[in-house]
Ligand binder design. Structure first.
Ligand SMILES: [Zn+2]
Length: 386
């Protein structure tokens, strides 16, 4: 075998094969130690300088260049933390594995790991940003296959509570209404998107009310996600004023910056709710004493709800037991009764009232003895933290 046909390997790449031996020293120093101890480059490789090395290709001499490129590509983004990821050609990874196996040291460090760490140190020093392994604002992916740098920008998450003061706007944008109708999501998102300079927005709600139901009282929790934001320190007070004065029937309160864990937290919340419902009697007029007796009878009792057909697409068919915690009459006129009902989390309140053609057992219609219908419905309190 002729020497010039053997792959080249440098002292640093030798040192990396001994990376677990001795901390606080560089791989170049480890490589020199290894050579001094007589751990020579295996005969199937040729010792070379870094710039001729077939494994590292001299990239450690070009860290400043990568760092400058990262700075340029991220200059329009407001961020504090970053992380570096990298991809190397498969033949480089294979060659390194072959080399480390030939050196017979199983505790080597990979080229990728050393590169990510060393470039991270370089970038920290020249940009003033800090490395964050768990939740970085920007992840730089350096792809050696194409000599390119891609940026993954962490979404911006804003927590808040919303009120929906008018009927007939959906919580999120529906495809069939996407350009036609406002939604809670579009009213909030369109106010915040320009402040953050983001790409898109998504509303993650703590449950949802039907399109024709108002959300009043202490409001419903949500997290608005803005993707690829240019700015992270946005004026939430200005955003709140803009939304609440827009006249679009949506109000927000308690806005604060959050992280992606808040989305999971908000979406998994299950709270009891208090509603005000205006109820009519199909083909008749409500009788006050009968209504009072019926509300008394359901109060504190369990009901059994088979999944309503209208939501059967998104929820499995099952019979769920739910408790009606409180039910009282607020007012009455010749056409309707207005009642306040507090029900356990997950109760289908319209179906509790109308009976859902017998799919809800113990419904108000069943107890009242006539078919009741919900004319108007509001959520007036979500019992958080109780
Ligand atoms: Zn090398």
């Amino acid at each position: 075998m002729e020497g010039h046909n053997l792959p080249n390997v440098c002292t640093r790449c030798l040192g990396r094969a001994f990376a677990m031996k001795g901390s606080g020293i560089t791989n170049v120093a480890r490589g020199n130690d290894a050579l001094a101890r007589g751990n020579l480059i295996p005969p199937t490789f040729t010792h070379s300088k870094e710039s001729d090395c077939n494994i590292c290709n001299g990239i450690f001499g070009r860290l400043q260049g990568y760092s400058n490129q990262m700075k340029m590509q991220s200059k329009n983004y407001e961020y504090e933390t970053f992380l570096i990821g990298s991809r190397f050609p498969q033949e480089v990874i294979d060659l390194e594995e072959k080399f480390q196996a030939a050196v017979r040291d199983s505790e080597g460090e990979s080229l990728r790991k050393e590169f990510n760490r060393e470039l991270g140190k370089q970038f920290e020093a020249s940009s003033g940003k800090s490395t964050n392994f768990n939740d970085p604002d920007i992840t730089f992916i350096i792809d050696m296959n194409y000599d390119s740098i891609k940026l993954q920008i962490k979404s911006l998450f804003i927590y808040g509570t919303y009120l929906k003061l008018i009927r007939n706007i959906p919580q999120t944008r529906w495809i069939k209404y996407s350009e036609i109708t406002d939604s809670v999501e579009s009213v909030i998102g369109e106010a915040i998107l320009p402040l953050a300079g983001g790409h898109e927005f998504f509303l993650h709600g703590a449950g949802r009310e039907d399109v024709d139901v108002r959300m009043l009282g202490n409001g419903r929790e949500f997290v608005l996600e803005v993707t690829e934001p240019l700015r992270r320190n946005i004026d939430l007070e200005a955003a709140q004023i803009a939304i609440n004065s827009s006249g679009k029937g949506v109000e927000v309160h308690n806005l604060s910056l959050a992280d992606k864990n808040k989305v999971i937290e908000v979406k998994s919340e299950r709270n009891n709710k208090t509603y005000v419902a205006k109820i009519g009697v199909k083909g008749g007029t409500p009788e006050k004493q009968l209504m009072l007796n019926s509300l008394n009878a359901v109060c504190g009792k369990p009901i059994y709800q088979r999944t309503p057909l209208r939501v059967a697409e998104s929820r499995s068919d099952a019979i769920r037991e739910r408790n009606i915690l409180d039910a009282r009459l607020l007012e009455m006129d010749e056409n309707s009764a207005t009642v306040e009902i507090t029900a356990e989390a997950g109760t289908y309140i319209k179906e509790f009232i109308n009976g859902d053609n017998g799919r809800t057992k113990g419904s108000l219609s069943e107890v009242y003895g006539k078919s009741l219908e919900v004319l108007e419905l509001d959520v007036i309190k979500i019992h958080r933290g109780e």
